[in-house]
Ligand binder design. Sequence first.
Ligand code: GTP
Ligand code: SPV
Ligand code: MN
Length: 590
Amino acid sequence: MGKPYARTSHTPSIAPEAVDRWVHEVCALTEPDRVHWCTGSDAEAAELTGQLLAKGEFEPLNEESYPGSYLYRSNPNDVARVEHLTFVCTQSEADAGPNNHWMAPDDGHRKIDALFQGAMRGRTLYVVPYCMGPIDSPYSRCGIEITDSAYVVLNMRIMTRMGTPALERIARDGTFVRGLHSIGDLNPDRRFIMHFPEELAIKSFGSGYGGNALLGKKCHALRIASWQARDEGWLAEHMLLVAIENPAGETHYVAAAFPSACGKTNLAMLIPPGSMPGWKVRTIGDDIAWLHPGADGRLYAINPEAGYFGVAPGTNAKSNRNAYESVSRDTIFTNVGMTADRTPWWEGLEGKPVSDWQGRPYDPSNGPAAHPNSRFTVSARRNPAWAPESELATGVPISAIIFGGRRRTLAPLVYEARNWRHGVLIGSGVASETTAAATGAVGVLRRDPMAMKPFCGYNFGDYWQHWLSIGERLSQPPRIFHVNWFRQDEGGKFLWPGFGENLRVLRWMLDRVTGRAAARETPIGYMPAREDLALDGLELSEATTQALLGVDTPAWRSEFAHLAGEFEQYGHRLPEALRAELHDAVRRLG
Ligand code: GTP
Ligand code: SPV
Ligand code: MN
């Protein structure tokens, strides 16, 4: 039985009554043994770490080479986002749209509250106040996550501005997003991730994995925030944010939306290639951007996060030195392997694993040592290329928006939209091969508009309309581009070297922004000719360059026919202007 509402001596005096009342309601429902209000202090983190070590949930790593770092192994059935169990619960089903799984709010609450009933018996309930964005930014938004997982608390402490300053801001704002989370019994049959955007509420049960459990991230900063952004006139996007400085000292800010595990972290931390001396790249964000039209007609962006929850496999000193150096201390590793001297290990590193991500002795016949979606959690401040602009309350002005996907064929290395409206069409047409970031088959091509298919908290038709209206408010809109680093030959070999070399493509984009680079007009948009891209030293064959920079007209015709078919499911919610834009795009193919 629940206890009646009463502030206790453990309630921080700054906690607004609405917060305290909600904590009591949740206690009555979940019946925890203890309640802990998180302050975000070092001592608190040390204590939680000690508890996880004592229970064997954290494996200590080599204290000399990886100080302050731990390995966490999740339940093998709980290693990725679960899109089929993720719901948007709005009064009207059409508001969630065909792009979301929908449940009526009453049904959603009933279903998941039944699971929460008594779920925290014997456990500690943690109250985790957090702020998405710099504490003093008018663009930031706060939330409180209630969870029974100390692992979640420690991750939230790295990924957000967590603790007392956030609770103070909540008291000032008078509003916050309510996120309720329990790892439950990790039974996939009792696992749901539910969103109630009309109530600014999230309820997540039965998973401890990143996007399902760190509620500030995809649940709040994308699904709930995209809904708020539509109402308030801004955009919440699945985008990295990066500062690029040319040898003349000019800095441009670029935002890029790629689907999960398609290269955002890598691009955000790019190391300029030897062929581009004097260029500097600094990271503002690697996953989420909140974009606001500014008084000067430009688009301004903040990164709501404070850390990286990055894909481990493939990360090494050559592919992504900044990430590799970031994770050398104070890092939580989830589902990677380990070497004999307790060094975290994943595919793409030298050395030899002795245990795999499930803690078994490593045996190649069991598959990779690290789970393909194994991750590191680390503070953004650990990144040698961390940009101080990350703390700017006003955000940074965006010069270019890039969309991209993982496509073996069709999409060329780069093309540029004719204007904002055409850019919205290009974004809505993003398609990509599925990755290990979500459960289900890998390598299947699917439409992933603006890389937001799993994350848009409302109907895509309304969302595209919102994108079009944001464009109308910008007198100096960013230019919009599309890239594909993942073209392959018949043998499955990547045609483009990628990683640091991608800066060659970004350089062309920024030269387009400043009017310094030429382009040719093609039926799909503006493209560089071979000589417009600095390709020196790459030794790409003529055939490879042609494949990377060519437009296969018949294939694009069928691509657009397919897109037109998909648009139809949005019915009258599809903006007329987008239908007209697609019509023009088809006409240009002849
Ligand atoms: P999420 O955190 O899931 O949103 O992923 P992300 O978009 O940040 O992807 P990330 O940068 O972690 O890259 C995912 C995988 O793509 C890694 O295995 C990288 O090594 C690989 N990758 C990244 N950039 C490139 C590139 O330019 N070329 C190729 N071939 N692979 C790349
Ligand atoms: C993604 O899947 O896009 C991620 C990891 O960035 S998660 O936090 O699980 O969403
Ligand atoms: Mn992501």
